[in-house]
Design a binder for this molecule. Sequence first.
Ligand code: KIV
Ligand code: ZN
Length: 510
Amino acid sequence: MNDQLIIFDTTLRDGEQSPGASMTRDEKLRIARQLERMKVNVIEAGFAAASNGDFEAVRAVAEAIKDSTVCSLARANELDIRRAGEAIRPAASKRIHTFIATSPIHMEKKLRMSPDQVVEQAVKAIGWAREYTDDIEFSAEDAGRSEIDFLCRIFEEVIKAGATTINVPDTVGYNVPEQFAATLRTLIERVPNSDKVVWSVHCHNDLGLAVANSLAAVRAGARQVECTVNGLGERAGNASLEEIVMAVRTRRDIFECDTRIDTTQIVPASKLVSGITGFPVQPNKAIVGANAFAHESGIHQDGVLKHRETYEIMRAEDVGWSANKLVMGKHSGRNAFRSRLQELGVVIESEEQLNNAFARFKALADKKHEIFDEDLQSLMSDDSSEPQEHFRLVSSAFHSETGETPCARVTLSVDGREQKVESCGSGPVDAAFKAIESIADSGAQLLLYSVNAITTGTDAQGEVTVRLSKDGRVVNGQGADTDIIVASAKAYLNALNKLQGSTERLNPQV
Ligand code: KIV
Ligand code: ZN
C-alpha cells in the first residue's frame, strides 16, 4: 500500500465556516503561503461560487501558490463547477472538489431528489469538472449516515466518470472509530477500480472523535485526510492537522505511512490562524497548546532532565516551538529588516509597503528595545496606519485614576477628514470604544474582546482581537501595540473597516 498520506487542508474553506472566522482575501493569502511553507499537499482555498469575494480569494491563492495543489469546493451543479474552474485556472496544480449529499435524510429532506437523480447529477458534475482539470475529488456529503450499498453505487459511477479522489465525509461527526474504519474497508473492497483512486476522509468533531475517526480510516486504507489548522471548522470543528500529522509521524509503526509536512512550520501556522481568526488555542491543546510540552510535576521534570524520552514522545522544536528569538533592535537597518521578513516568508508587495512597515518597526523599536519574530509578524499584519483605510486612528489619550471615571479622547481620520471626540466608560477600553463608536456610529454588536501578550515580558506588545457583528455579518479585527488601550482601539477600527468592505454573498455557505 502507498505509504504517502496526503494532507488536504481546508482551513480556508471549512475552517472559515466557523461563525466569526471569516477572513479577508489578504488574510487567506497569508495563511495559504504558510500552508505552502508547511508543505501541505492540497489547499482548499474556498468555495468560489459563494460570492465574488470568495471567488477572488480562491483566484488570488491560485495565482500565488506554486508548491501545493489549489482546490475550490463546488456543489454538483454546472454554475458552481464553472466558477470553481475559473477561479483555480491560474494554479500550477489545480483540483475541483465537488459534492452532493447521499444520506437518505439529506436526499429526501434537503435535496428533494431520488437516489437515481443524485447519481445522475454527480456523474454530470464530474463531466463539467473535467473541462477544467483531471484532478477531481468527489465527496458524498453525510457519507457517515449514508447506506453502504448506495455509497458503493455512486462511487463506482463517479470513478467511471473520471473522479480521482473519493472523499468520505462524516459531515455531522456521528461516527465512531471502529465503525468508520469498517466503512472505509468495505468501500475499498467492494467499489470496482478502488485501487485507481485515492480514498479520503473528512471528519467533524461533534463527538470529539474527528482525529480518532480519521486515523482509524488511515489504518483501513485512506490515504488522504482533510483537516484544518487548530481543528478550526464548522460547529465543533474539523480534524486537527497538527494532531493527524504528528500521530502518523510519531507512530509510523502503527500507521505505516507518513506525510511530507515540514512539522517545524506547525506552531507558526497555528499562531497565524489563531491571530487572524481571533480563535485562541486552549493551553492544553495537543501539539500547539502553550502547555503541550510543559512539565509541571517534579517527578516529570526530574525524569525529563535525566533523559528526555522518559516523559516526552515528541520534541517541541520539531513542531516549531522555539524560545522567542531576538532578531532586531533599534539600530537594525532597512536591509536587515527586509531580509528577516523574507526569511519569515513574509511577502513584501511594494517598496511603499516596505517603507511603511519599516517606519512602524522603528517606532516600535523606540518603545520596545528587543524585537522578536512574533513582533515582526504582527507588525506586517497591522494595516491600521494605511492611508486608504476608511477609519484610521490619528491620536488618542486615556485617563484612568482610582476613584475617577475613566475617559478617552480619540482623533480619527474618516475618509481623510479628522474628527475628535471624548467619551467616558467603565474602564479605558470601554471609554475608547465608546469614543470611536460615537464617531463611526456603526451600530455593530461587540461579540468578543480578547487580549494576548505576543511575547514574554512586561514590555511585550498586546495583541487584541475584537469581533463585531452587524446585519448577520461577523468580522474580526486585530490590533497590536505596547499600549493595550491603543491596541484595543486599533482592533476595533480594523473590525469597523472590515464591516465597511463588501457584504455580498451570493450563495449560502455549504
Ligand atoms: O462536512 C462536509 O461534508 C463537507 C463536504 C463539503 C466535504 O465539508
Ligand atoms: Zn466539512
